[in-house]
Write a protein that binds this ligand. Structure first.
Ligand SMILES: [Zn+2]
Length: 447
């Protein structure tokens, strides 16, 4: 499965049509959530009176159950339902079914990660307008500049959709769904596509070790330094000015039931667009870097960083989030598997910075020392380059689980063994007291 995302150039009336579909989804979501809540509350109240057998019947939470309930009620709840595609209502009901499942799984301890709360009602001003089509006519037009979606019709793309179009024409891809959503003041369509992929290369060939950090986004074992563009830093002056301008305008006031002023809305959208630009620049740079790494090397070695832990450090969080370590790793994982290569993730406690890449002797290295000097063999090398070379030199014997498969987002995954200390897979929330929070592997990112 692969996603292809394209920006739209919508006409005002097309935009209204998409927004009305998004609103229809929200309506179905809110209606069904109110229903589920009412039934749950009613049953809780009945139980509190001591009733046990004659309870109000429970309501199903699965998507088919919610859909049945909606179809039975839509004539009363939304007499205008014929104006929108049924997929719009389905989008909302599907979101609710997932939300309720996540909540109940989380409560039952069947779901890893942070606790998931009970779904909240969706408000127009707080929700990203979106609609997903899974059935009906979804196609890219032969000119590759237009797509056809059910009900919405023929919509113009901002750029050519030649990449998925080539695959679709060759019969090596099939569109599973199309999601239209607004992001940073623009409309996008994302196709979820099932792709038959021919693996390009076997897993033998050049190896590269990649040491990620803040000073340099990546230091490769080949000696190449990839600068950290720090897009957020560069945009900071403008973002502050826009934020200040927004705060001086009359925003919404819930207590006074006052709507925001037109100027406030415009300022808010300007700020949103500026943030979206930062995100776009970051994503673009990361994609170019990971594609280059994966195309040029059969095996990519990185170290396992506790990004969630590092984000808990408030002096580092902004810089780490801006660098996009987690996204870099995620992209490497799927791109290596597409190319028939391998991504090897070194253990979180593998001392890549403290080991000499020439003779293998371990040394003490303070956080601030940028140059690695070996007392045993006299090697003098940049600290990060030394770490990258160590990663590249990891042999198959040291790697217990070589994997390019999907990389789990949380918890430490044991990939390599390194003398004595072992990473143990840990579920969140089970860390011993005083051991939670920031883990800086070798402190290298604290530059
Ligand atoms: Zn040495």
């Amino acid at each position: 499965m692969q996603a292809y995302r394209f920006a739209f150039d919508l006409t005002p009336s097309q935009e209204r049509s998409v927004l009305s579909h998004a609103g229809a989804g929200r309506k179905a979501y809110n209606w069904a959530l109110a229903r589920v809540k009412a039934v749950l509350d009613q049953r809780a109240a009945e139980r509190s009176y001591g009733l046990t057998d004659a309870l109000t019947p429970a309501m199903g939470w699965s998507l088919p159950a919610l859909r049945r309930a909606w179809n039975a009620a839509k004539e009363q709840v939304a007499p205008w339902w014929r104006e929108c595609s049924k997929e719009a209502f389905n989008t909302g009901l599907d979101a609710l079914a997932r939300g309720l499942k996540n909540w109940s799984d989380s409560r039952a301890g069947k779901r890893a990660g942070r606790k998931v709360g009970f779904p909240r009602f969706k408000a127009k001003h707080r929700t990203v307008p979106t609609v997903r089509f899974t059935t009906g006519t979804i196609r890219v037009e032969p000119d590759r500049k237009h797509v056809v979606l059910p009900r919405l019709g023929r919509l113009k793309l901002h750029e050519s959709a030649r990449k998925p179009a080539r695959r679709l024409e060759a019969g090596t891809a099939r569109i599973m769904s199309a999601t239209v959503r607004r992001h940073g003041g623009r409309w996008f369509v994302a196709f979820t596509v099932e792709v038959d992929r021919t693996v390009r290369r076997s897993a033998s060939g050049p190896v590269v070790g990649v040491d990620v950090g803040i000073k340099n986004l990546a230091v490769l074992s080949t000696g190449e330094l990839v600068a950290n563009p720090r897009h957020l830093n560069a945009a900071q002056v403008r973002l502050r000015a826009l934020g200040r301008a927004l705060s001086r305008k009359a925003g919404p006031d819930r207590r006074a039931r006052k709507d925001p002023s037109k100027r406030w809305l415009r300022a808010k959208s300007r700020l949103g667009r500026a943030h979206a630009r930062v995100a776009n620049l970051r994503r673009d740079g990361l994609h170019k870097l990971t594609t280059r790494l994966v195309r040029g090397h059969a095996t990519v070695m990185v170290e396992d960083l506790n990004v969630a832990g590092m984000l808990a450090n408030r002096r580092l969080a902004r810089h780490i989030a801006d660098a996009g370590f987690a996204e870099l790793r995620r992209q490497l994982a799927y791109k290596t598997s597409w190319n028939g290569g391998r991504l090897i993730v070194a253990d979180r406690w593998y001392p890549s910075s403290k080991t000499c890449s020439a003779c293998g002797v371990k040394a003490k290295l303070a956080l601030a020392e940028r140059i690695y000097t070996c007392a045993a063999c006299g090697l003098v090398l940049d600290r990060d380059l030394n770490a990258a070379r160590n990663l590249a030199a990891l042999t198959a014997a040291e790697v217990s689980t070589a994997g390019s498969g999907p990389v789990a987002g949380r918890g430490a995954i044991r990939k390599t063994r390194s003398g004595g200390q072992e990473a143990v897979k840990r579920l969140s929330g089970t860390a011993p007291a005083g051991k939670t929070g920031t883990v800086l592997p070798q402190g290298r990112t604290a530059a």
